[in-house]
Ligand binder design. Structure first.
Ligand code: NAP
Length: 322
């Protein structure tokens, strides 16, 4: 039986990855951030069959203890302050968690279990600049504090592989969604609003830039990609993306149409929600397709509909998915 340590186990990807690993017969340790009140809210998100460990990745001793206790064959560092907006309002914490925290986990693994394989949840936000397509060779030029911290960790993973001989990979993840997305993210805000309005609450949803472009995929596909890169004989960096651009308005269109509504009747905008750090980029996942045999399993429309269906069920348990 192989053993995996997953940080950020209670997050969207952490839950999908833990499910995947449990289904594959792994012994899984899921690291979740402890809560000040002692009742770990995030532990409720730990998947059944996973051994929960309370670890704040900004705490050196806790990280070492988790690595020693789990004695992992594979380590997936998903823990992050994952909001780009949150990164701007709290730059120091973002640097601590997304930069130094990731490096701390990597160093603990390298020091205690150097044969363990390591996967870092890197991000498309390490790229910035002009609109267009990004590959593993594209310039790293982050336009946000979140992206800058991710870029720092990304570089250390490359060094651990090239100089330290560690089997270490960066999953350069473009946006990916699922019903586990927290409610304050724009996609979940839209899917929840479509469900809520379809069920009779007519309050409009307020959004920022409807023309903002994203390359959106299905979260379970992206954790499958992370698992595949860890199984590959050689660690490497992989862009994980669909390669297809959609706007926030497209997301609204599909979500509201799925419940028989027109989005323009229910969406309003607020200029204060418009952001300046939104590079209009898509990812080219050719390297992952070729080396890992990976490709997305769900279309954009299927992703949006699945999220609306899940929100309909959450708001109205009697509802049957459309
Ligand atoms: P998520 O749902 O926000 O999950 C992140 C997890 O990290 C949460 O469970 C959070 O715990 C935990 N965490 C935060 N700070 C921590 C700390 N100091 N110590 C320990 N745990 C901490 O994010 P996600 O969507 O699953 O994303 C997974 C990873 O992929 C992240 O690294 C993210 O930056 C990266 N990524 C995601 C996307 C995407 O579209 N989803 C795109 C590119 C990259 P709490 O519950 O306590 O906050």
């Amino acid at each position: 039986m192989r053993t995996a340590l997953v940080t950020g186990a209670s997050g969207q990807d952490g839950q999908h990855l833990c499910r995947l690993l449990v289904s594959k017969g792994y012994r899984v340790f899921g690291a979740v951030r402890p809560r000040a009140d002692g009742i770990s809210e995030s532990r409720s998100g730990v998947v059944p069959g996973v051994v929960p460990l309370e670890v704040d990745i900004t705490h050196h001793d806790a990280v070492i203890a988790a690595v020693e206790q789990s004695a992992p064959d594979e380590v997936y560092n998903l823990a992050a302050q994952s909001s780009v907006i949150g990164g701007e309002t709290n730059r120091l914490a973002t640097a601590e968690i997304n930069g130094l925290g990731a490096i701390r986990v990597l160093e603990a693994v390298r020091d205690r279990f150097p044969k363990a394989r390591f996967c870092q949840a890197s991000s498309s936000r390490i790229f910035g600049g002009e609109p267009g397509t990004r590959t593993e060779q594209s310039s790293i030029f982050p336009a946000s504090s979140y992206g800058a911290a991710k870029a720092w960790a990304h570089g250390e993973v490359v060094r651990a592989r090239q100089v330290g001989g560690v089997h270490a990979s960066n999953a350069i993840l473009f946006n990916h969604e699922s019903p586990f997305r927290p409610p304050h993210y724009v996609t979940r805000k839209i899917s929840a609003a479509a469900a809520r309005i379809a069920l009779g609450d007519s309050t409009p949803v307020v959004l920022g830039n409807l023309d903002a472009i994203r390359d959106w995929g299905w979260a379970p596909d992206y954790v499958e990609a992370m698992w595949r890169m860890v199984q590959h004989p050689i660690g490497d960096d992989y862009v994980i993306a669909t390669g297809i651009a959609h706007t926030v308005a497209d997301f609204c269109d599909v979500a509201f149409a799925h419940v028989g509504l027109h989005w323009r009747d229910h969406v309003t905008t607020d200029v204060t929600l418009v952001r300046s750090d939104e590079p209009a980029i898509i990812g080219d996942a050719s390297h992952a397709r070729k080396q890992l045999g990976w490709s997305p399993t769900r279309t954009f429309t299927e992703v949006v509909r699945a999220m609306v269906d899940a929100d309909l069920v959450a708001l109205s348990p009697a509802h049957e998915p459309i």
